[in-house]
Design a protein around this ligand. Sequence first.
Ligand SMILES: [Zn+2]
Length: 574
Amino acid sequence: MHPIRFRDCFRSTRSLIAGLTAFAAVPASASALLAQGATPPAAATTPVATVPVDPRLEKLKAEALVMVESRAKQVQEIVDMLFSFQELGFQEFESQRYITTLLAKEGFAIEKGVAGIPSSWTAKWSNGTGKPEISLGSDVDGIPQASNKPGVGYRDPMVSGGPGHGEGHNSGQAVNIVAAIVVKQLMQRDKISGTLLLWPGIAEEQMAGKAFLVRSGLFKNTDVTLFTHVGNDLGVSWGASGSSALLSAEFRFRGSSAHAAGAPWSGKSALDAVMLMGQAWEYKREHLRLQQRSHYVIKDGGDQPNVVPSTASIWFYFREQDYPRTMALFEVGKKIAEGAAMMTDTKLDTIAILGSGWSAHFSKPIAEAMHANVQTVGMPKWDDKDQTLAKGIQKELGSPDFGLSEQVNKQLRGAETPQNWMGGGSDDIGDIAWNVPTITLRFPSNIPGLPGHNWANAISMATPIAHKGALAGAKVQALTMLDIMLTPKVVADAWDYFKNVQTKDTKYTPFIRPQDTPPTYLNADIMARYKTQLQKFYYDPTKFKTYLEQLGIEYPTVRAQVVAPKGDDGKEKQ
Ligand SMILES: [Zn+2]
């Protein structure tokens, strides 16, 4: 639910100034050497002289790069398959079936329905002592009404009104799965101890999965979590992330019905309470901190005009910098809701907490290890077709048409400062990051300069842009897993940072109350409405090399000339 891209674009300028870490001693890119047909380096120089490094590490990393590269076809299939399911939060059942079948075949132990979420799952594999345990997560849910043909640089839905991957969550599992399969093979062959735990971010758009995963104890043995999320660059950061903490709450009012024309004086409209709550929030907004973000939709506005609505509800996302500020915003909401009920002589029936998330804080030692691997792997090589699609959609939406980024950031991005913090999107990875050392790897499967949570953000997601971006991500993920497995100091440093820096003065308190359960009914109605239409478009890799081929789409398909930028609905901008 967070256009991380925005944050990244916004903050990248600042990070140029921040200048934090020097990994000057990174050996020449192993992938580049191997691509030129060179023999893998036997034992490259140790990057940091004082850290005891397993002598096998550099050779294993060079091997891992070759092994991940050899699975490019598998990355493409997973990315395309999940794209074709186009599932919304809590309804990711085709994705669950496909991924768990794949991982079971690879020898992972599967559990479904984790944390009371039917569409959730875990896949686990252990070797030797089982330590260290690395958890690998990535979101899997889509965006309502974001359906669009992939590879097409203008509005052209596959299923009109249907959901789609307008956030790119169809790509992250490919990164983790391929990295995990490769590292597992190396661990088995070389008898390396450790545990790999794969899991999905369910209903991330509702911020309604990860706090429940934490509460279920899923991460109680985890040493490090490597989360990954689609972006338009390859990179990682440490410290306060700059994302907003969030509380999602639905306020449900109850009144009494009456004939809206015959006896309106006998009715008490729950919709009146909802409208007044929204209106009051707009007045209150003037007196809130500029950094807050709050927005709402009316989930229940009654059934039909001639019946005074006896029930109505309004669903808010409250976002602020941290837990206490977000809770304070929620308290304002509660007070306004009570006032709205009083004014309309209705009852504030229920306040349902539907989701939540802490603002993430990422592990510095893990980010440093990963940043070195980002430098080794580098950005994918885009071709003219990739750049044509990127520039085509940028022009279509009236954004600067600079295409896709070609270079990784040389400098590791550090912590956001409270003074600079201006708020923005959220990700419930924050809840995990406050319980175990965690980072988010961004990989470049999307196009810069797009609105986020929009059909335009879906168009690259089953094209070579997404495939190459996820493959680069899988390489970084695999290399970092090997660093963690073979360098105990990385894990020790991560926990030292977690205990003595990150959580020194801030202790995790979940937003969710003991009585809150995952709202797994969300989106069931939308998916039921579109399921039959969506099924016709499920990807069949036994018949078609790529999803674009199955759909008969020429890549890329862009307007020959954009006369004037088109808006979101494909009409001329006013
Ligand atoms: Zn996301």
